[in-house]
Design a protein around this ligand. Sequence first.
Ligand code: NAD
Length: 311
Amino acid sequence: MWINPLKSIILMLFPTSHLSKKRELNMSKIMDGKKVSKDIKKWIIQRTKELKDSTGVVPGLASILVGNDPASEIYVRNKRRACERCGMLSEEYNLPEETSEEELLSLIERLNLNEKIHGILVQLPLPIHMNPEKVIRKVSPDKDVDGFHPENTGKLFQENPSAISCTPYGIEKLLDYYGIEIFGKHVVVVGKSNIVGKPAAALMLNRDATVTIAHIETENLQAITTMADILIVAIGDPQFIKKEMIKEGAVVVDVGINRSESGKIVGDIDFEDVKGKASYITPVPGGVGPMTITMLLWNTLEAAETFALGK
Ligand code: NAD
């Protein structure tokens, strides 16, 4: 019988060599999302092969893209390539902008019933004539590898998670990889979106952190961010967080992906300004971004393993 060892093996992934390294004066340690992703992917490749050899099940991900948004096309292409590199099946559905909501829902219904597909990803944003909540609810919670379905977000808040939203999940794995203690720490999350801020706060709360969520209407933000042992910022405002806004030695996680006036990709944190004051910091690009795709593969593998268990 196929036994799912995914959860128990997790500690093996996060070598203790990263634990409690004393930082040198004025030097922040970089949390390298590319490197961590690479390590996790090696393990995903191995698990995918073992699943296939022992059960014949090949994890399958279907990506649906409606319209021609260039950024979304790049995201979907990168996800498909990452999937294929890990030995998974990848199906891509590129639908024209004028696709009706009805047609999209019926495609999702067919994929829900397709035994070769274990994960369904609907690339957001959708065209304005579609209701994203309705579309997200249509994806079977068992195949909701983005972790956006209300059933999965509800389970996360009840400390009984199944599929966890990929970006916050990647942040948690990154902190674990570098041996950063979450238990009992004060985590401040800036941004309260359903896909990053809120699930990131829930994950940290589930790890017994004390969590504060701040957002655009928060008064005196600096008084709150400077209390954070771990500061997670997901606001979409280029280089908004400066060194006065963080505590000396804080761990700083930058989720933002923005284009600066000069055309450079930058985060929500002013990396150059903050890097001497933080103990650990994620770069943009190369921090949280690569972890998001990796956790999508992780969730697809887990969904396929659960499917195989029930066979
Ligand atoms: P969103 O627009 O849905 O939410 C932004 C949140 O930030 C809101 O809750 C808003 O209240 C808050 N906010 C905005 N400006 C603020 C300010 N000045 N001070 C305090 N709070 C403020 O955004 P989102 O989807 O959560 O994405 C946030 C950023 O993260 C974007 O740059 C996005 O591109 C990026 N992102 C990156 C990844 C990744 O894989 N690295 C994944 C998802 C989103």
